[in-house]
Design a protein around this ligand. Structure first.
Ligand code: HEM
Ligand code: HEM
Length: 178
């Protein structure tokens, strides 16, 4: 008997367990670090180093991790980002199983900005407070990127009629590419 896919669309595992734990731990520690920056206390330092450790893990996992976690699986040329953004305006936005090209670029920007925030935080603490302005600048730049990232997630979720936040919790996405 032919199975109906209309009632139960097939899903595939896209985000492995470590990527999901990494993501939600990163959200927790970034938010904690951001809101404890008024003065250096143990919580700020711990959360900041946790962010650094998580980003470090992700850089390694991007090289040796599972299929959709690898950087080579979401390495897109600028042209592909433009084409994807254009396709959003059409009635049939392109659907990607892993990260879409715009989301992928945002991820690299987030990882870079998080690294610079943590690095300048350590310099502020170790060297002198001359680094503090730059540290604050990168912390705020990261926050702006996060807002763009969340907006992108919500817009793509609506346009693709797919709950991407749930996918980052369960790891599963719709198998069809349309
Ligand atoms: C502190 C803020 C956040 C940071 C630094 C952050 C960072 C990231 C990173 C680095 C990835 C790539 C995952 C990977 O492949 O390892 C990602 C993906 C993702 N994030 Fe966030 N994120 C943040 C907040 C959020 C929030 C609040 C949501 C929910 C609304 C969210 C939803 C998602 C989703 C759905 C994906 C997968 C995107 C896709 O389907 O391509 N993120 N995020
Ligand atoms: C990556 C995550 C981090 C975020 C989002 C973050 C965010 C912030 C913010 C928003 C401030 C406030 C700046 C101001 O208002 O003057 C701050 C201050 C500071 N941060 Fe971080 N930070 C992070 C990591 C770190 C790390 C790893 C360290 C070093 C251990 C660090 C050390 C400091 C110091 C020394 C200050 C100045 C505190 C003071 O006013 O005396 N930060 N951070």
């Amino acid at each position: 008997m032919k199975q109906s896919v209309a009632t139960s669309p097939e899903t595939v595992r896209v985000w492995d367990f470590l990527v999901r734990v990494f993501h939600w731990a990163l959200v927790t520690f970034f938010v904690t670090a951001y809101f404890t920056g008024d003065e250096l206390d143990a919580v700020h330092e711990f959360a900041g180093y946790a962010v650094l450790g998580l980003v470090g893990f992700r850089l390694v996992w991007g090289l040796v991790g599972t299929r959709y976690a690898r950087f080579t699986s979401f390495w897109f040329r600028p042209r592909e980002v433009v084409d994807y953004l254009k396709s959003l305006a059409s009635r049939h936005p392109r659907h990607y199983l892993g990260h879409n090209p715009a989301g992928a670029w945002m991820i690299f920007a987030l990882l870079a900005s998080l690294l610079l925030t943590a690095a300048t935080g350590i310099l502020t603490e170790e060297a002198n407070h001359g680094w503090e302005d730059l540290h604050e600048f990168f912390a705020n730049l990261t926050l702006l990127l996060v807002l763009g990232h969340v907006a992108g997630v919500l817009v793509s979720s609506v346009l693709h009629r797919e709950n991407l936040v749930r996918a980052m919790l369960t790891g599963r996405k719709r198998a069809s590419l349309d």
